[in-house]
Ligand binder design. Structure first.
Ligand code: ZN
Ligand code: ZN
Length: 343
């Protein structure tokens, strides 16, 4: 079968290779991939900024159907429509594993980074990581379950009350999912972007997010102050990983507000105004990836229609067209790119 394999470190080195079809061991299932999304992480890996277990098939956001089942697997049958958590191996013993915070296990191995992922026709996943799709959730939408689970994880880091003003900074796929999740919890959402995010800001409007603000043409602080009687936002979810956005996020928060860092910064050390955190008694929390408890609620949000993930899919290509997908993402064309397997 054809697979998109990161063969060695450095820029590029992503090759369409013939790989053997895998078979599941006793606690695994084999999944025939329908769609696999290109994530920012795949792009970082392609560019050589992110270390993986070379050679490895990339792609950790996928949907598909079960075509083979390991001997000990009980809960699934052939033909089941599924998606899978990215967790392929965990130590099972550390304190994080005890609480199913697998995203924090030091020994965790993930699909599409340490273990062959979804940019191919078949992959094996541990049955414990696999989730059945609700009937009304399409394969396209389901390929977005992983990023949606990351968004759900970020929102579950804070308490959201009815009527809270939540500012989501950055209208990329994650920002647009975070905004929908926080809105589903009763918040009034302000989502921000720049001139070159126009297509994404238009999508935010189409999704009926409450306020869509281009911060190159509007003073965000003033905007937030206007609708909060000068108090500021209750919640900021920073999804861009841009240093100026992080700075501004602290600025527009009200006293006792909550700040969640979701976007990943280019550099590990960035200037951050700790004094504001003290003076305003702000709560700052980070959100990394997702954990098992985030998946079923995410599938429910897709099923109920509270989150529309499918509308974020703007480009569909096959795995031989990686370069085109990559150029789309780098050029800010569209929002989410899905890849299909080829024979
Ligand atoms: Zn991802
Ligand atoms: Zn562990």
């Amino acid at each position: 079968m054809k697979a998109l394999v990161k063969t060695k470190p450095g820029f590029g080195n992503l090759e369409l290779l013939d790989r053997p079809i895998p078979s599941p061991n006793s606690n695994e299932v084999k999944i025939k991939v329908h769609y696999a999304g290109i994530c920012g992480t795949d792009v970082h890996t392609y560019e050589g900024h992110y270390k993986v277990n070379f050679p490895v098939t990339l792609g950790h956001e996928f949907s598909g159907e079960i075509v083979e089942i390991g001997d000990n697997v009980q809960n699934f049958k052939i033909g089941d429509r599924v998606t899978s958590e990215t967790t392929f191996y965990i130590c099972g013993e550390c304190e994080y594993c005890q609480t199913k915070d697998y995203n924090l296990c030091n020994h965790r191995k993930g699909l599409g980074t340490q273990q062959n992922g979804g940019f191919t026709k078949y992959l094996v996943a541990r049955a414990d990581s696999v989730h059945t799709l609700p009937d009304n959730v399409s394969y396209r939408a389901a390929a977005m379950t992983e990023p949606l689970a990351c968004a759900y994880h970020a929102v579950s880091k804070i308490k959201v009350s009815q009527g809270d003003i939540a500012v989501v900074m950055g209208p990329g796929p994650i920002g647009l999912l975070v905004a929908q999740v926080v809105k589903s919890k009763g918040a009034t959402v302000i989502i921000t972007g720049l001139d070159n995010d126009q297509e994404r800001l238009d999508k935010a409007k189409a999704l009926h997010l409450d306020h869509v603000v281009n911060i190159q043409h509007n003073d965000l602080k003033q905007y937030v102050d206007n609708i909060t009687n000068g108090y500021g936002a209750n919640i900021v979810l920073e999804c861009s990983g841009a240093v100026p956005a992080a700075k501004q996020g602290l600025d527009i928060l009200r006293k006792k507000g909550a700040y969640v860092q979701v976007g990943i910064f280019k550099d590990s050390e960035i200037p951050f105004d700790l004094d504001k955190i003290i003076q305003k008694e702000i709560r700052v929390v980070g959100s990394r990836s997702q954990k098992p408890a985030d998946w079923e609620p995410s599938l429910q949000l897709l099923s109920s229609g509270a989150v529309n993930a499918e509308t974020l899919v703007t480009t569909e290509l096959d795995i031989s067209q990686w370069e085109e997908g990559y150029q789309h993402i780098k050029g800010g064309v569209g929002i989410k790119v899905l890849l299909r397997p080829i024979d």
